[in-house]
Design a protein around this ligand. Structure first.
Ligand code: KMH
Ligand code: ZN
Length: 272
Protein backbone atom coordinates (compact mmCIF):
# COMPACT_ATOMS: atom_id res chain seq x y z
CA UNK A 1 0.00 0.00 0.00
CA UNK A 2 1.27 3.51 -0.69
CA UNK A 3 2.32 5.65 2.25
CA UNK A 4 -0.31 7.56 4.23
CA UNK A 5 -0.83 11.25 3.57
CA UNK A 6 -2.04 13.02 6.69
CA UNK A 7 -3.76 16.36 6.15
CA UNK A 8 -4.28 18.67 9.10
CA UNK A 9 -7.26 21.01 8.90
CA UNK A 10 -5.94 23.22 11.67
CA UNK A 11 -8.45 26.01 11.92
CA UNK A 12 -11.63 25.88 9.81
CA UNK A 13 -14.10 28.71 9.62
CA UNK A 14 -16.79 27.62 12.05
CA UNK A 15 -14.98 26.32 15.15
CA UNK A 16 -13.96 28.96 17.73
CA UNK A 17 -11.89 29.42 20.87
CA UNK A 18 -15.16 29.03 22.81
CA UNK A 19 -15.20 25.43 21.60
CA UNK A 20 -11.49 24.84 22.25
CA UNK A 21 -9.11 27.62 23.28
CA UNK A 22 -6.33 26.07 21.16
CA UNK A 23 -8.15 26.98 17.90
CA UNK A 24 -5.73 29.37 16.13
CA UNK A 25 -6.71 32.85 14.92
CA UNK A 26 -3.56 35.01 14.67
CA UNK A 27 -0.78 34.47 12.13
CA UNK A 28 1.52 33.21 14.88
CA UNK A 29 -1.10 30.86 16.30
CA UNK A 30 -1.81 29.49 12.82
CA UNK A 31 1.91 28.92 12.16
CA UNK A 32 2.33 27.28 15.60
CA UNK A 33 -0.59 24.93 15.00
CA UNK A 34 0.63 24.08 11.49
CA UNK A 35 4.03 23.32 12.99
CA UNK A 36 2.57 21.07 15.70
CA UNK A 37 0.72 19.07 13.02
CA UNK A 38 3.72 18.95 10.66
CA UNK A 39 6.10 17.82 13.42
CA UNK A 40 3.67 15.03 14.28
CA UNK A 41 3.55 13.77 10.65
CA UNK A 42 1.14 15.90 8.63
CA UNK A 43 2.32 16.54 5.07
CA UNK A 44 -0.61 18.76 4.01
CA UNK A 45 -2.08 21.73 5.86
CA UNK A 46 -5.66 22.47 4.83
CA UNK A 47 -5.87 26.17 5.53
CA UNK A 48 -8.61 28.61 6.44
CA UNK A 49 -7.46 31.92 7.89
CA UNK A 50 -8.93 34.35 10.41
CA UNK A 51 -8.54 37.95 11.40
CA UNK A 52 -6.98 38.39 14.86
CA UNK A 53 -10.45 38.50 16.46
CA UNK A 54 -11.35 35.12 14.92
CA UNK A 55 -13.47 36.38 12.01
CA UNK A 56 -13.03 34.06 9.02
CA UNK A 57 -11.56 35.78 5.96
CA UNK A 58 -10.44 34.78 2.48
CA UNK A 59 -8.28 37.91 2.07
CA UNK A 60 -5.33 37.13 -0.17
CA UNK A 61 -2.98 39.27 1.96
CA UNK A 62 -3.93 37.37 5.13
CA UNK A 63 -3.40 34.03 3.35
CA UNK A 64 -0.06 35.27 2.06
CA UNK A 65 1.08 36.25 5.59
CA UNK A 66 -0.07 32.95 7.07
CA UNK A 67 1.49 30.82 4.31
CA UNK A 68 4.79 32.69 4.71
CA UNK A 69 4.75 32.11 8.48
CA UNK A 70 3.87 28.42 7.99
CA UNK A 71 6.63 27.93 5.40
CA UNK A 72 9.20 29.49 7.74
CA UNK A 73 8.38 26.81 10.33
CA UNK A 74 7.54 23.91 7.95
CA UNK A 75 9.53 24.58 4.77
CA UNK A 76 8.43 21.58 2.68
CA UNK A 77 4.81 21.22 3.82
CA UNK A 78 2.02 21.34 1.19
CA UNK A 79 -0.33 24.21 1.95
CA UNK A 80 -3.86 23.73 0.67
CA UNK A 81 -6.03 26.85 1.06
CA UNK A 82 -9.80 26.51 1.27
CA UNK A 83 -11.99 27.96 -1.44
CA UNK A 84 -15.02 27.05 0.67
CA UNK A 85 -14.36 29.90 3.07
CA UNK A 86 -17.42 30.30 5.26
CA UNK A 87 -21.12 30.28 4.48
CA UNK A 88 -22.33 33.46 2.77
CA UNK A 89 -19.01 34.55 1.21
CA UNK A 90 -19.09 35.50 -2.48
CA UNK A 91 -17.30 33.48 -5.17
CA UNK A 92 -14.80 36.29 -5.67
CA UNK A 93 -13.94 36.34 -1.97
CA UNK A 94 -13.65 32.57 -1.82
CA UNK A 95 -11.33 32.46 -4.84
CA UNK A 96 -8.79 34.97 -3.49
CA UNK A 97 -6.17 32.46 -2.21
CA UNK A 98 -6.09 30.72 -5.63
CA UNK A 99 -4.32 33.78 -7.07
CA UNK A 100 -1.38 33.07 -4.75
CA UNK A 101 -0.85 29.92 -6.85
CA UNK A 102 -0.67 27.39 -3.99
CA UNK A 103 0.12 23.79 -4.94
CA UNK A 104 -3.44 22.73 -4.07
CA UNK A 105 -6.79 24.20 -3.04
CA UNK A 106 -10.19 22.74 -2.24
CA UNK A 107 -12.96 22.48 -4.85
CA UNK A 108 -16.37 21.97 -3.25
CA UNK A 109 -18.45 20.02 -5.74
CA UNK A 110 -22.02 20.63 -4.62
CA UNK A 111 -24.43 22.62 -2.49
CA UNK A 112 -25.23 21.60 1.06
CA UNK A 113 -27.91 22.38 3.67
CA UNK A 114 -25.81 22.92 6.80
CA UNK A 115 -28.94 23.35 8.93
CA UNK A 116 -31.37 26.12 9.85
CA UNK A 117 -31.18 28.63 7.00
CA UNK A 118 -27.47 28.02 6.29
CA UNK A 119 -26.77 26.95 2.72
CA UNK A 120 -23.23 26.24 1.58
CA UNK A 121 -23.72 27.31 -2.02
CA UNK A 122 -21.79 25.70 -4.88
CA UNK A 123 -23.80 25.90 -8.11
CA UNK A 124 -22.53 24.08 -11.18
CA UNK A 125 -21.45 27.38 -12.72
CA UNK A 126 -19.54 28.26 -9.55
CA UNK A 127 -17.78 24.90 -9.54
CA UNK A 128 -16.84 25.38 -13.23
CA UNK A 129 -15.54 28.88 -12.48
CA UNK A 130 -13.49 27.71 -9.48
CA UNK A 131 -12.09 24.75 -11.43
CA UNK A 132 -11.16 27.01 -14.36
CA UNK A 133 -9.33 29.47 -12.09
CA UNK A 134 -7.44 26.56 -10.55
CA UNK A 135 -6.43 25.27 -14.00
CA UNK A 136 -5.29 28.77 -15.03
CA UNK A 137 -3.20 29.14 -11.86
CA UNK A 138 -1.79 25.60 -11.94
CA UNK A 139 -3.45 24.67 -8.64
CA UNK A 140 -4.40 21.03 -8.08
CA UNK A 141 -7.96 20.79 -6.77
CA UNK A 142 -8.86 18.56 -3.88
CA UNK A 143 -12.48 17.67 -4.64
CA UNK A 144 -14.50 18.04 -1.42
CA UNK A 145 -17.22 15.41 -1.28
CA UNK A 146 -19.99 15.88 1.29
CA UNK A 147 -22.30 13.45 -0.51
CA UNK A 148 -22.13 10.83 -3.27
CA UNK A 149 -23.62 13.16 -5.90
CA UNK A 150 -20.51 15.35 -5.56
CA UNK A 151 -18.32 12.50 -6.84
CA UNK A 152 -20.62 12.21 -9.86
CA UNK A 153 -20.48 15.97 -10.43
CA UNK A 154 -16.66 15.87 -10.35
CA UNK A 155 -16.59 12.96 -12.80
CA UNK A 156 -18.83 14.91 -15.21
CA UNK A 157 -16.61 18.00 -14.92
CA UNK A 158 -13.49 15.89 -15.45
CA UNK A 159 -14.97 14.51 -18.69
CA UNK A 160 -15.67 18.10 -19.80
CA UNK A 161 -12.07 19.13 -19.09
CA UNK A 162 -12.65 21.33 -16.02
CA UNK A 163 -10.70 18.99 -13.71
CA UNK A 164 -7.51 17.17 -14.70
CA UNK A 165 -6.91 13.49 -13.95
CA UNK A 166 -5.85 11.88 -11.69
CA UNK A 167 -8.41 13.46 -9.37
CA UNK A 168 -7.85 13.69 -5.63
CA UNK A 169 -11.03 13.49 -3.52
CA UNK A 170 -11.66 14.31 0.13
CA UNK A 171 -14.72 12.75 1.76
CA UNK A 172 -16.04 15.03 4.47
CA UNK A 173 -18.37 12.70 6.37
CA UNK A 174 -20.77 13.33 9.21
CA UNK A 175 -21.56 17.00 8.47
CA UNK A 176 -25.13 18.09 9.14
CA UNK A 177 -26.81 17.96 5.71
CA UNK A 178 -24.19 15.66 4.15
CA UNK A 179 -23.52 11.94 4.06
CA UNK A 180 -23.23 10.15 7.43
CA UNK A 181 -19.98 8.94 8.93
CA UNK A 182 -21.03 5.29 8.91
CA UNK A 183 -18.63 2.69 7.54
CA UNK A 184 -21.24 1.61 4.97
CA UNK A 185 -21.22 5.12 3.49
CA UNK A 186 -17.41 5.29 3.44
CA UNK A 187 -17.32 2.03 1.43
CA UNK A 188 -20.01 3.38 -0.92
CA UNK A 189 -18.00 6.55 -1.58
CA UNK A 190 -14.62 4.92 -2.08
CA UNK A 191 -16.10 2.25 -4.36
CA UNK A 192 -17.70 4.98 -6.49
CA UNK A 193 -14.39 6.64 -7.45
CA UNK A 194 -12.69 6.46 -10.84
CA UNK A 195 -9.93 3.82 -10.77
CA UNK A 196 -6.93 6.16 -11.04
CA UNK A 197 -8.00 8.58 -8.30
CA UNK A 198 -6.73 9.11 -4.74
CA UNK A 199 -8.83 9.96 -1.71
CA UNK A 200 -8.66 11.14 1.85
CA UNK A 201 -11.29 10.97 4.58
CA UNK A 202 -12.26 13.64 7.09
CA UNK A 203 -14.64 12.25 9.71
CA UNK A 204 -16.49 15.01 11.53
CA UNK A 205 -16.72 14.89 15.33
CA UNK A 206 -17.00 11.36 16.72
CA UNK A 207 -16.33 9.89 13.26
CA UNK A 208 -12.80 11.33 13.02
CA UNK A 209 -10.79 8.35 14.21
CA UNK A 210 -13.10 5.49 13.21
CA UNK A 211 -13.02 6.73 9.61
CA UNK A 212 -9.28 7.39 9.85
CA UNK A 213 -8.78 3.71 10.75
CA UNK A 214 -11.09 2.63 7.89
CA UNK A 215 -9.15 4.72 5.40
CA UNK A 216 -5.76 3.55 6.69
CA UNK A 217 -6.69 -0.10 6.10
CA UNK A 218 -8.38 0.64 2.75
CA UNK A 219 -5.47 2.46 1.11
CA UNK A 220 -6.98 5.92 1.44
CA UNK A 221 -5.51 8.94 3.18
CA UNK A 222 -6.63 10.81 6.31
CA UNK A 223 -7.55 14.33 7.37
CA UNK A 224 -7.87 15.38 11.00
CA UNK A 225 -7.78 18.73 12.79
CA UNK A 226 -9.79 21.28 14.72
CA UNK A 227 -11.89 22.13 11.65
CA UNK A 228 -13.41 18.66 11.89
CA UNK A 229 -13.09 17.63 15.54
CA UNK A 230 -11.73 19.21 18.73
CA UNK A 231 -11.56 16.10 20.93
CA UNK A 232 -8.69 13.65 21.35
CA UNK A 233 -11.10 11.13 22.85
CA UNK A 234 -14.61 11.31 24.31
CA UNK A 235 -14.80 14.43 26.50
CA UNK A 236 -11.06 15.16 26.30
CA UNK A 237 -10.23 18.32 24.35
CA UNK A 238 -7.13 18.11 22.15
CA UNK A 239 -4.46 20.59 23.23
CA UNK A 240 -3.18 20.99 19.68
CA UNK A 241 -3.68 19.76 16.13
CA UNK A 242 -0.43 17.90 16.66
CA UNK A 243 -2.11 15.66 19.24
CA UNK A 244 -4.78 14.70 16.70
CA UNK A 245 -2.13 13.93 14.07
CA UNK A 246 -0.11 11.89 16.61
CA UNK A 247 -3.17 9.72 17.22
CA UNK A 248 -3.46 8.98 13.48
CA UNK A 249 0.25 8.14 13.38
CA UNK A 250 -0.25 5.69 16.29
CA UNK A 251 -3.16 4.05 14.45
CA UNK A 252 -1.14 3.82 11.24
CA UNK A 253 1.82 2.31 13.10
CA UNK A 254 -0.42 -0.33 14.68
CA UNK A 255 -2.02 -1.11 11.33
CA UNK A 256 1.28 -1.27 9.44
CA UNK A 257 0.94 1.82 7.23
CA UNK A 258 3.94 4.13 6.82
CA UNK A 259 3.54 7.91 6.88
CA UNK A 260 4.33 9.98 3.77
CA UNK A 261 6.70 12.93 3.95
CA UNK A 262 5.57 16.07 2.08
CA UNK A 263 7.69 15.11 -0.93
CA UNK A 264 6.29 11.58 -0.94
CA UNK A 265 2.81 13.11 -0.72
CA UNK A 266 3.62 15.30 -3.76
CA UNK A 267 4.50 12.17 -5.77
CA UNK A 268 1.33 10.32 -4.68
CA UNK A 269 -0.84 13.33 -5.55
CA UNK A 270 0.89 13.97 -8.87
CA UNK A 271 2.12 17.40 -7.81
CA UNK A 272 5.58 16.70 -9.23
N1 KMH B 1 -16.35 26.13 5.89
C1 KMH B 1 -17.27 25.47 5.01
C2 KMH B 1 -18.37 26.39 4.61
C3 KMH B 1 -13.57 23.86 2.20
O1 KMH B 1 -12.67 24.17 2.97
O2 KMH B 1 -13.43 23.85 0.98
C4 KMH B 1 -16.62 24.95 3.78
C5 KMH B 1 -15.37 24.20 3.91
C6 KMH B 1 -14.94 23.45 2.73
O3 KMH B 1 -14.69 24.21 4.92
ZN1 ZN C 1 -12.18 23.63 5.06
Amino acid sequence: MEKLIITAAICGAEVTKEHNEAVPYTVKEIADEAHSAYSAGASVIHLHVREDDGTPTQRKERYSECIKAIKERCPDVIVQPSTGGSVGMSSNERLEPVYLKPEMATLDCGTLNFGGDEIFLNTENMIKEFATKMLENNVKPEVEVFDKSMIDAAIRLTKKGFIKEPVHFSFVMGVNGGISGELRDFVFLKDSLPKNSTYSVAGIGKFEFTLAAASIISGGHVRVGFEDNIYLSKGVLAKSNGELVQKVVRLANELGREIATPDEARKILGLK
